[in-house]
Design a protein around this ligand. Structure first.
Ligand code: SF4
Length: 191
């Protein structure tokens, strides 16, 4: 694993209302189905060769903002289908993203999350990290795995490399893994 469970846990138990972000795109049509509010978290331990967002790696970079502020921004746009948490590595700030995600889900909107960890790695980390467990539990779609340059494929829906999977989750468990060559994704919010 690129980062130890201990240090992930330290990051996640340091929960307050603040999230360290690289930026926000208020209306995105490339980070999942429909019109999405994309939060790019700051800080990533993976160091994938060929990463397109190296400015998001520094855990002290970006800027701090409150989830109150982000949620207020989200609520202004009724046309949004949901939010996408991208990065950086969103699961390094899982506890605070869970709090934000819960509020977004209360509006009957969906949550899609990217991670450089695989689902299986996240499940293992979640044994010691409630934030990770909780964030998985409210995520409708997980796009998992590092960006692998040898597997790079620009034709893939919402992904950069073939090893990355689009996984439908229900209560944190895998409901479906979509075919790699899927061309269209429809997210239904599970209750
Ligand atoms: S997980 Fe994403 S942000 Fe992190 S190094 Fe890999 S491609 Fe870049």
């Amino acid at each position: 694993m690129p980062r130890s469970v201990k240090s992930m846990t330290e990051l996640n138990t340091a929960y307050n209302n603040e999230l360290r972000i690289a930026g926000i795109v208020e209306e995105s049509i490339v980070d999942g189905p429909g019109i999405r509010f994309t939060v790019f978290t700051q800080g990533c331990p993976h160091n994938c060769v060929g990463c397109h967002n190296p400015q998001t790696h520094d855990f002290n970079g970006g800027r701090l903002t409150s989830i109150d502020e982000i949620f207020a921004q989200f609520k202004k746009n009724s046309l949004l289908s949901g939010a996408t948490f991208s990065g950086g590595e969103p699961f390094c700030q899982a506890a605070v993203l869970y709090e934000l995600g819960k509020r977004i889900k209360s509006l009957n909107k969906n949550i899609m999350v990217y991670s450089g960890y695989t689902y299986e790695q996240l499940k293992e980390l979640s044994n010691e990290d409630t934030g990770i467990k909780n964030l998985l539990s409210i995520s409708d779609i997980l796009i998992d795995g590092r960006f692998e340059e040898a597997e790079r494929d620009l034709s893939l829906l919402y992904r950069g490399s073939r090893n990355q999977r689009i996984i439908k989750l229900k209560n944190g468990e895998i409901a479906e893994i979509y075919p790699s060559d899927i061309e269209h994704l429809d997210i239904r919010v599970e209750s």
